[in-house]
Design a protein around this ligand. Structure first.
Ligand SMILES: *Cc1c(COP(=O)(O)O)cnc(C)c1O
Length: 353
């Protein structure tokens, strides 16, 4: 068996998906299952499909390509690069957009490949990442899209709590509903999709506050069971569908403070230390090249993460009731950042359960 590794419980993910799909269904909202946090792994994405998501969505074309054989419409989440429009047409059915130049390039590629590509126009409701900031600019682009061949205006959407940390509420999201109504009145267009955000909109489900919204694009809540506006665990979901395992390569009693003059560590920072006296120090074979240590949480609550370097993680094991030996395995729960990092690291093996 190879370590470090990520043990992935597909059934837990499938259960999380079913819970969230049901919650959303009660308000006539469908779910686009976002696969980017696990790099578009096809076996995990299958659990999304079986759990009842309506679309598969990812921010990278490489990932959508892996999902080719799964028979659901695919959404490209990141605004396409003009240099990749052909691939966007080939491997996705719908993309999120905010630039007319890109949409024109998509139209040309769609005509060449004899396809019709769906466009969702993004509205910036204040988080200040992607999207139209002024509604008039959006309406002008709607007028241009109507004239374009190979492109169908599928809907509008927004993204919040990713850059600016803005938490969605009823008032903020109402603007989407107004834009949808205006598009219907001005252009006699009925939009298929009004997409009200990501895992940070989940806290509004079940409160009758999502007027006009019929879609959410969800990643973190499906894999970790967490809504991300307040960081609450969603009732009934599991947070440990992914467990990181690392092997112990050294255990020794040592002081808490290094001996000698302290300069910079391997990453150019001047380290600081807490003096706990002589302690049992455990080294695991995993490092900062694989994951950020602030984002991993030992399942043995009595272990303390002290730090490490590119390939070493140092823990304080003095308070643990477990008598660890060299060669034993230590397990960690993950958050969004560490899941993304360990899925991306080719040094971390993935084991599906
Ligand atoms: C990543 C992403 C999502 C999913 O976000 P989660 O917080 O994981 O639910 C949704 N929409 C867009 C545009 C994204 O980039």
């Amino acid at each position: 068996m190879d370590y470090p590794r990520l043990v992935i419980n597909i059934k837990s993910i499938g259960d999380n998906v079913k819970i969230i799909v049901e919650m959303a269904k009660k308000e006539n909202i469908n779910i686009a299952g976002v696969t980017k946090v696990f790099c578009g792994n096809k076996d995990i994405a299958k659990a999304y499909v079986e759990g009842g998501v309506k679309y598969l969505a990812d921010s990278r074309i490489e990932n959508l390509k892996k999902l080719k054989e799964l028979n659901l419409p695919k959404i490209m989440l990141r605004l396409p690069m003009i240099s990749e429009v052909r691939k966007v047409i080939q491997y996705s059915d719908i993309s999120l957009n905010s630039e007319l130049d890109t949409i024109v390039a998509l139209s040309k590629a769609a005509i060449e490949l004899e396809k019709v590509h769906g466009v969702i126009l993004m509205v910036d409701l204040g988080d200040l990442r992607e999207g139209f900031f002024h509604d008039e600019d959006l309406y002008k682009v709607v007028e241009s899209i109507i004239e374009l061949k190979g492109i169908k205006l599928m809907g509008i959407g927004t993204n919040l709590t990713c850059y600016g940390g803005i938490i969605p509420n009823e008032t903020i999201l109402e603007r989407l509903n107004i834009i949808k109504d205006n598009i219907r009145q001005k252009y006699s267009l009925e939009l298929d999709v009004v997409s009200g955000g990501n895992s940070s909109t989940i806290h509004l489900l079940g409160k009758g506050k999502l007027h006009g919204i019929n879609n959410l694009r969800i990643g973190e809540a499906l894999v970790l069971g967490k809504e991300t506006a307040y960081g609450e665990q969603i009732h009934g979901t599991k947070k440990d569908a992914f467990i990181l395992q690392a092997e112990i390569i050294e255990i020794k009693e040592k002081p808490s403070i290094p001996i000698g003059d302290i300069g910079m560590d391997a990453f150019g920072n001047i380290p600081t230390f807490v003096d706990r006296g002589v302690r049992k120090r455990i080294i695991c074979a995993i490092g900062k090249q694989d994951v950020n240590f602030e984002d991993i949480f030992p399942r043995d609550k009595d272990l303390i993460i002290l730090g490490g370097s590119s390939d070493h993680l140092i823990l304080d094991g003095s308070d643990s009731h477990i008598n660890y030996r060299t060669g034993d395995i230590i397990e960690f729960n993950l958050d969004y950042g560490s899941l993304l990092a360990t899925m991306t690291s080719s040094y971390v093996k993935k084991v599906l359960n």
